[in-house]
Design a protein around this ligand. Structure first.
Ligand code: AKG
Ligand code: FE2
Length: 344
């Protein structure tokens, strides 16, 4: 294979979810394509009929373009800092970088809402959870559209995880049970890339993604790109590769919009490699060991996902108090905005 595989995932959607699951030949053929893509490239282009109707994609693109066209002061009013630990809202140009260089993009961060009457929800008050800051006055349709997209793209993540589970020789629902329940961490992002005069840096510099799966919607070209993240690489004992990737420097006329969705393990999920993924329980393949050494994202697998995420984001949230856990993960160098617990 010399090109990133394009996989029609239609057979995965609407398939049997009962415990006595007997997969169709089409389901198994799709599983095998995904499994091969993740083992070789760590990435594939997802096509076909999914849980996301094309009308929702169109509405989403329209609402997000409208948002980015708002005057700067309207967007700044929704600045990430104002959302505190929810870490949701507007990320201005210059707010993220890769290895010391500014990424040429602005963005919007969001996530699912836990509901007003759900004070007992265990994730209330945790970093990355809380209120979204939508531009309700200026782009009233954005709230509903983004929240609906988050729900539907989460379904894509679950369906792909089931396919991975079967591809790894596990039961269909096993990956969900091991790391995605009671609910995956869902980080919605949208980036608009635009060039600043005199700045020659990448849209996003070379990196691998931190989490489980990234499901990225782009419009130019029109596609979904699904890639393995660093923790999925580790959880499969390196059978699946977390690919390095980057976004080229935007051209002066670029208006590129992309919508990465970081579909991550549940906050409380135990980080333990999936059964049967390493022969004799140990990874000996030098290529895998070298890849892990280069990434240095995780030095070990232990504890729960929330601890990894906590260390990762601690630099952004200087007030965050965490159990001592710094041995296993590196703080993110990507986010250049500091967010205090209370509003800034
Ligand atoms: O916009 C893109 O094409 C890629 C985004 C990306 O790599 C990321 O957000 O991690
Ligand atoms: Fe990425």
């Amino acid at each position: 294979m010399s090109q990133v595989p394009v996989i029609d995932c239609t057979p995965l959607f609407g398939s049997d979810t009962s415990s006595s699951f007997s997969p169709s030949p089409e389901y198994l053929a799709t599983v095998s394509q995904i499994d091969t893509a993740f083992r070789t490239w760590g990435i594939f282009i997802l096509t076909g009929t999914t849980s996301i109707p094309p009308s929702l994609t169109n509405d989403l693109r329209a609402a997000l373009n409208k948002f980015f066209s708002l005057p700067d002061q309207k967007k700044q009013a929704l600045h990430l800092k104002k959302g505190g630990w929810a870490w949701r809202g507007y990320m201005p140009w210059g707010g993220e970088g890769t290895k010391g260089s500014t990424d040429q993009k602005e963005g919007f961060y969001g996530g699912p809402e836990l509901g007003d009457d759900d004070d007992e929800h265990p994730l209330k008050g945790m970093p990355t959870y809380g209120e979204n800051q939508f531009p309700d006055e200026d782009v009233p349709e954005m709230r509903k559209t983004v929240l609906e997209y988050i729900e539907k793209v989460t379904e894509v993540g679950l369906v792909v995880s089931d396919a991975m589970s079967v591809g790894l020789g596990l039961e269909k629902g096993q990956v969900r049970r091991l790391v995605l329940e009671p609910e995956p961490v869902q980080l919605f992002r949208v980036f608009k890339y635009s060039k600043r005069e005199g700045v020659e840096t990448y849209g996003i510099g070379k990196h691998s993604d931190f989490g489980f799966l990234t499901i990225l919607r782009t419009f130019d070209p029109d596609s979904f790109v699904v890639n393995v993240g660093d923790i999925l690489d580790r959880l499969t004992n390196g059978l699946y590769t977390s690919p390095l990737h980057r976004v080229l420097p935007p051209s002066p006329t670029s208006r590129r919009l992309s919508i990465p969705f970081f579909f991550d393990p549940a906050w409380t999920a135990h980080m333990k490699a999936f059964p049967g993924t390493a022969s004799n329980g140990a990874v000996t393949d030098p290529a895998i060991i070298e890849r892990w050494d280069q990434r240095t994202t995780f030095s070990d697998l232990k504890g729960i996902w929330g601890q990894y995420l906590g260390v990762k984001v601690k630099k952004i949230f200087p007030d965050l108090v965490l159990p001592e856990f710094s041995a296993v993960t590196r703080a993110s160098g990507r986010h250049l905005v500091e967010v205090r617990k209370a509003s800034a």
